[in-house]
Design a protein around this ligand. Structure first.
Ligand SMILES: Nc1nc2c(ncn2[C@@H]2O[C@H](COP(=O)(O)OP(=O)(O)OP(=O)(O)O)[C@@H](O)[C@H]2O)c(=O)[nH]1
Ligand SMILES: [Mg+2]
Length: 243
């Protein structure tokens, strides 16, 4: 791995029932970026993912595990992981899913770009980006969600809801983790909106998102409803000058 940023980077991976994926993502991450560290944020997964993560941490000093008592949502897992990263003094924080939808082979490119950009987004919707194995329903939901938040929040990014991102810790400090209110998936649009409002230099690079082969999706109607409300709330707060 070329980028000197790798040794100051922590990769935050939230997990809930990912026992079939956690070992593979661990191996692939360190194949792509040996010098980085990995933080697994597990919400007491009933399938025992947390115990497998502890085993990885025992055998590999680059791995740490944050255990939380129960399922508290994807966004709140990221906020916990980002707080940890800021406290420990990391320079970059990479967010990625555990289910192998985000290919760790993209990590070196992201880290190189993080020398110049505050936020590097792995984007499905720029040229050469895309999705594999997504059904029409899932694609439509994603497209509508992106149209909605781009139009309502004036965002210029093509992929506003994706979760594969590299943040400079300084940007996260500027945003202030205590200000984030979204607990679930809509965290992704909230943090992007706050980053743009904070004046971040943002770039999108193409990624191919591969639908999970193992385990189950946690995206449900409640999360979509929360996404709808989060965008409204952000718009309202921005009008009041509170974002
Ligand atoms: N710690 C924690 N992790 C979560 C929670 N909800 C989801 N995750 C993890 O967040 C990542 C993304 O969740 P997924 O269910 O794959 O969501 P998705 O990628 O939008 O949905 P699919 O495309 O169907 O996989 C995975 O690594 C999950 O295990 C949660 O409440 N707490
Ligand atoms: Mg997924």
């Amino acid at each position: 791995m070329k980028s000197k940023n790798a040794s100051k980077t922590i990769i935050v991976v939230p997990t809930y029932n990912e026992k079939g994926n956690i070992n593979t993502i661990y191996e692939k991450i360190f194949r792509a970026s040996q010098l980085s560290h990995l933080l697994i944020v597990d919400d007491n997964s009933p399938d025992g993912t947390g115990k497998i993560a502890d085993g990885l941490a025992r055998k590999d000093k680059r791995v740490q595990v944050l255990h939380r008592p129960g399922k508290q949502g994807l966004g709140s897992a990221y906020v916990a992981g980002m707080r940890f990263a800021i406290e420990k003094g990391y320079r970059n924080v990479i967010a990625m899913d555990a289910d192998l939808s985000h290919d760790p082979a993209n990590l070196p490119r992201m880290l190189e770009l993080s020398e110049k950009y505050d936020l590097v987004i792995g984007s499905r919707y720029v040229k050469d980006g895309g999705m594999v194995n997504w059904n029409a329903r899932r694609f439509l939901i994603s497209q509508l969600a992106n149209l909605y938040c781009r139009w309502f929040l004036g965002l210029r990014q093509a992929d506003c809801s994706g979760g594969f991102k590299c943040y400079r810790a300084d940007l996260l400090r500027k945003i202030g983790m205590e200000n984030i209110f979204a607990k679930g998936y809509s965290f992704q649009v909230e943090i992007l909106f706050r980053a743009v409002r904070a004046g971040a230099k943002v770039i999108e690079i193409p990624i191919i998102f591969v639908n999970r082969h193992v385990g189950e999706s946690k995206l449900n109607f409640g999360e979509l409803w929360q996404f709808f409300l989060t965008v409204l709330k952000l718009r309202w707060r921005a009008w009041l000058g509170r974002v």
